[in-house]
Design a protein around this ligand. Sequence first.
Ligand SMILES: Cc1cc2nc3c(=O)[nH]c(=O)nc-3n(C[C@H](O)[C@H](O)[C@H](O)COP(=O)(O)O)c2cc1C
Length: 384
Amino acid sequence: MIISSPTDYRQAAKRRIPPFLFHYADGGSYAEHTLRSNVEDLAGVALRQRVLKDMSSLSLETELFGEKMAMPLALAPVGLTGMYARRGEVQAARAATKKGIPFTLSTVSVCPIAEVAAAVERPIWFQLYVLKDRGFMKHVLERAKAAGVKTLVFTVDMPVPGARYRDAHSGMSGKSGPMKRMLQAALHPLWAWDVGVHGRPHDLGNVSDYRGQPTELEDYIAWLGDNFDPSISWKDLDWIREQWDGPMVIKGILDADDARDAVRFGADGIVVSNHGGRQLDGVPSTARALPAIADAVKGDLAILADSGVRNGLDVVRMIAMGADTVLIGRAFIYALAAAGESGVANLLELFEKEMKVAMTLTGARTIADLSTESLVPDAIPALK
Ligand SMILES: Cc1cc2nc3c(=O)[nH]c(=O)nc-3n(C[C@H](O)[C@H](O)[C@H](O)COP(=O)(O)O)c2cc1C
């Protein structure tokens, strides 16, 4: 299949991997309104074209939490990444590191922290969920520290899981799930050979490490379901603060008041995110939520943003609306599923090229030059 744009990887992934995995990544919660509006609203943010400004020298470099980044982009935490390609977290982390950008490992990764951290030179970022089992959280934070992790991304928009109806149909969940998954694997031999045979163990590496026994896919939903903590509040974050002395980023902020609370708490950064439309359907897209949040807290902490970013132009849009760095989830998962590390590496090249074109034609020589001035007036779909 010809890959000429980042979005081509979605179709390529769909062909290669079993439907239960494709829909697990591709889908959102409930009727998927937020999933769609993330992409549509962001694509609709109009860039302001400027010409004849000698744009022969251009730099995408930036810095975050004292870390140099080749461009203001990082790979978002995605659970079960290791089911999309053989030891998928390692492959994606290698592609990100070679490109000079951070990789974020999910709590519910297939590969444990130590395996991924040992495979790359650059310290990885680690994402932590709030779970009832504080013993697990303590254990995993210790492992992260020992593996050289500095930046902790603390996800707060999952006190309860949003329902993802596609998973029941695809075989990801439900009684007939195991049978469906086996049949689908048999019909996708390239994936079955790469991941099914050579990608083992198929478990949640960090959880198994703590429990001292394998936590396989079947246990995954049950374990997570039992462990979400709806009682979470800001005071629980103080407990995390005591365990962690590096930069702490709060992921899942969608409201300016919560962003101000994050500043009061002393967070180093926030991720403006609706979890890629996978939690509460009907909440605004990040393109709609970001400008008000940037108005409220820009300069007080680092603003990261994700949800709906599908190409380099979308990154430029997010930065122009006030983000300091942008995360991508599905975009890299599709590339990883289609072509492993080299797919993610190529995806990042495509993103970089697109960003350069967008910056050249908006007259921005550096990332710091991007601002609301890079957008046409009223380009931002404000919340009414
Ligand atoms: C398959 C999948 C699994 C995810 N798992 C996690 C996770 O374990 N932890 C987390 O904080 N966010 C998780 N997310 C959300 C991503 O970190 C990110 O917020 C989202 O993918 C951004 O939207 P995008 O996919 O449109 O780029 C997941 C997203 C997907 C698609």
